[in-house]
Design a protein around this ligand. Sequence first.
Ligand code: SAM
Length: 248
Amino acid sequence: MNANGVAELTRTPLVGLPNVGSQTEVYATAVATRGSLVDALKRRWAREKRRRKVGRAYDMALEIARLVPQGSEVLDVGCGNGFIAHHLSAMLGTSVIGIDVTDTTDAPIDFRHLDGERIPLADHSADAVLLCYVLHHAQDVSAVMNEIRRVLRAGGQVIIYEDIPATSWDKGVCWIHNQQWKGRTGPCSFRDESQWRELFRRSGFEVCSERSLSRARNLTHPVKRRLSSLRTVTARSATLPANPCSQL
Ligand SMILES: C[S@@+](CC[C@H](N)C(=O)[O-])C[C@H]1O[C@@H](n2cnc3c(N)ncnc32)[C@H](O)[C@@H]1O
């Protein structure tokens, strides 16, 4: 069939189907319907991802709010999208400050860009510092811990969430995480529990309490993880009562 024949055919209404127009129109309608279905599915998927991100941050903020007293001045180091800081601000009745090596954050929080190693905060200005799945990204983890010691008030606490590659499965999940992140903030350095404890001790902190968290808490990143609460050694011995740490 030549080009004229095709043009004629596509202008011909389909026999037996009322009001459906030419084959071209039917085809165009089908493509448009499929296009809008794909668009709808994409929008639905994006909404699902947003809900998961905000919901996860809400759950973590609830967990943290049980450990940090109301009204505390909190710094979230490596705040990412900022939703943990955002939810926690509402829960504690304060404005949680978020800092990150990235330029912006999604949630409307008091955000400061971290340029280099120095945290843009005065000495002894925070009651609590959060490090939620950040330390394994730090290229100089001792420098980060030193900065946290500087900005923490006496008796202040550090809340740390970390991935712990305990099994081959965990190591595989952490390997994938490293592939996703190494181009952005550099290679990840994962440690086991005793290595983290040793690093905290060398940085002048002691672990007050800690507990394991289930792999199932994040099904898209199913790795063994740990929640730890630290205090500076000197602050505790100088100012704190006998049982200073909140129970995790
Ligand atoms: C896995 S994300 C976690 C984000 C957020 N804390 C959360 O739990 O949703 C790690 C974050 O740490 C940030 N980051 C990496 N190295 C950092 C550093 N040296 N200081 C501060 N933030 C850093 C990254 O930009 C990223 O936003």
